[in-house]
Every structure is written in C-alpha cells, then in structure tokens.
Write a protein that binds this ligand. Sequence first.
Ligand code: HEC
Ligand code: HEC
Ligand code: HEC
Ligand code: HEC
Length: 207
Amino acid sequence: MPLLPPRDLPLLSLLALLSACTGGFSDPSRELGEPVSGPATGRVEIHRPPTMGVLDTPLEDVHGAPIGVACDTCHGPDADGEVLARAQDNPEGMHQGLEHRHGDLACDACHDPDDRRFLRRADGSRLEMPRAMELCAQCHGPQHRDYQRGSHGGMTGAWDLRRGDRVRNHCLDCHDAHAPAWSQLDPVFPPMDRGTVQQRTADSGSH
Ligand code: HEC
Ligand code: HEC
Ligand code: HEC
Ligand code: HEC
C-alpha cells in the first residue's frame, strides 16, 4: 500500500477514532444507561420542618429533646385557659427570650396580630403556618425565583423527573425565621467541575 499523502492524515485519524469508539467503554461499569423517554411523572415534594409552628418548652422527652406545644394551646378559640393563664403569669413575659435578628421587622410583619396561629401577608391577609414559604417569597423574590429554578436551596432525589421523585428543602430547613443569616458553613456542596476546583481551593479561605 502506497504511503498516504499528508493531507489525508486528519481523515485517517478520524476514522481510527470512530472505530475505537464503537467498542464502548473500556470499563463496562461506566457504560451509559438506556435513554429515558416518556413523561416526567416524578413528584416534587417540599419537606416540611417538623418544628414549624411548635413552641419548645423547657420540658424534655426521654431522648432529651424539648417537648413542643402547638400555638393552638394558648392562641386561638380552643386555647387551654389554664395553660394560657399560667403563660400570662410568666413574670418574664411570653416569648421574650426569642433571638430576633431579621432586618428591623416587627413581629406583626409576619404574625397575624388577631390570631397568632397564623402568619400574615403584606396585604394583611391570613396565611396558614405550613405555607410559610409564600411569606418569605413576598420579600425575597430573587431568592425564591432562584429556589424555583433549583439554584438555591438544594434538593434530593431525581434531578430528571422522568427518573423519579424529588424532595426540596424548605426555606426554614436552613434559615431560622427569626435569625435567618447564614454564616459559618456551606450546608450543601457547591457544584464542582474541573474549571472551578482550582478557583475554589484558591478562595476557600473566604468561605
Ligand atoms: C404556653 C402558651 C403559649 C404558646 C404555646 C404560644 N404562645 Fe404566643 N404568646 C403567649 C402569651 C401569653 C403571649 C402574650 C399575650 C398575648 O399577646 O396573647 C403571646 C404572644 C405572642 C406573640 C406576640 C408577641 C409580641 O411581643 O407582640 C406572638 C407573635 C406569638 N405569641 C406567637 C406564637 C406562635 C407562633 C406560637 C406557636 C408556635 C405561640 N405563640 C405559642 C403564649 C403562648
Ligand atoms: C420574618 C417573619 C417573622 C418575624 C418578623 C417574626 N416571626 Fe415568629 N415565626 C415566623 C415563622 C415563619 C414561624 C414558623 C417557623 C418556626 O416555627 O420556626 C415563626 C414562629 C414563631 C414562634 C414559634 C416557634 C419559635 O420559633 O419560637 C414564636 C413564639 C414566634 N414566631 C414569635 C415571634 C415574635 C415574638 C416575634 C417578634 C419579636 C416574631 N415571631 C417575629 C416568622 C416571623
Ligand atoms: C416583610 C419582609 C420580610 C419577610 C416576610 C421575610 N424577610 Fe428575610 N429579610 C427582610 C429584611 C428587611 C432583611 C434584612 C436585609 C438586610 O439587612 O440587608 C432580611 C434578611 C434575610 C436574610 C439574610 C440575613 C442576613 O443577615 O444576611 C435571609 C436569609 C432571610 N431574610 C430569609 C428569610 C426567610 C427564610 C423568610 C421566611 C420565613 C423571610 N426572610 C421573610 C425582610 C423579610
Ligand atoms: C439548603 C439550604 C437553604 C435553603 C433550603 C434555602 N436557603 Fe437561602 N441561603 C442558604 C445559604 C447557605 C445562604 C448564604 C449564601 C451565601 O452566603 O452566598 C443563603 C442566603 C439567603 C439569603 C441572603 C441573600 C443571599 O443570597 O446571600 C436570602 C434572602 C435567602 N437565602 C432566602 C431564602 C429563601 C426565601 C428560601 C426558600 C425559598 C431559602 N433561602 C432556602 C441556604 C438555603
């Protein structure tokens, strides 16, 4: 076979490359799965912090965790008169120890002044406690938009809803409603790729 002129070399190497590829991965465990098709039937569920709308008491259960009472116990039409009377007798006043560092918001910016079991929107309308995220969204539009797009707040389960269900964190899983600042650590690993690893290592001192 005569030597190929140099101008055919690129073609030749392309052919060599293509034929190498048809053999698949040299490590079979890295083989890609079957492509998924069909509708995205996975469900998106937002985790609800179990402590939401529960007031911790100084009493502890057998595991040493504080025993909580629902807001209803003292606030609202079915309030337990006896418990309420004792709470009102509290010489230090009720909820005084609460750490509150959230802009300079008044309690009633978020809590319904007429019924403490509820939150309130900016227009004064009532909002059930489990829908607290709508409250956050009113003042933090950009973060809520980022959250809905998946770039704030993290998730577990399937990214591709054709492959399964997904669970999203609630704002209150990461931020305390009364002192929401996040300081010391990253709760989720930031996305990494080869391009940014070096960058991150370089400025990891500032995190
Ligand atoms: C053990 C009884 C008790 C429980 C349980 C309780 N509260 Fe209260 N709360 C009080 C009393 C007493 C006051 C002061 C008098 C009042 O405003 O009714 C008060 C006042 C408040 C205030 C007004 C504070 C201020 O300084 O303006 C808010 C807001 C509030 N409660 C929210 C809640 C929420 C939310 C829950 C449930 C997660 C809850 N409370 C559970 C007894 C209780
Ligand atoms: C930015 C909105 C916001 C402000 C301002 C706010 N709260 Fe809350 N508060 C919430 C939300 C949301 C919850 C429910 C989440 C939870 O239980 O941690 C809550 C829960 C509570 C609870 C029950 C559980 C707990 O965390 O202790 C009490 C009591 C309470 N608030 C009282 C107050 C008082 C008193 C003030 C004013 C000093 C206040 N809140 C200011 C949003 C707010
Ligand atoms: C009524 C408006 C309002 C609502 C409702 C509200 N925030 Fe805020 N938030 C503020 C203001 C004002 C600041 C302070 C901004 C600043 O100091 O630059 C703030 C600051 C924050 C910060 C940054 C804290 C810091 O010091 O860096 C976080 C995080 C936050 N809010 C989360 C939440 C979450 C979660 C909720 C829902 C429970 C919520 N906010 C509800 C007005 C609100
Ligand atoms: C998985 C935990 C997590 C969840 C869930 C989460 N956040 Fe954050 N959020 C953070 C962290 C961490 C920061 C600090 C980011 C930084 O310093 O760059 C932050 C920062 C913020 C800030 C301050 C401004 C900023 O961008 O630095 C606001 C406001 C805020 N979040 C609101 C929200 C709201 C509203 C929700 C719910 C829709 C939410 N967050 C859900 C972890 C979370």
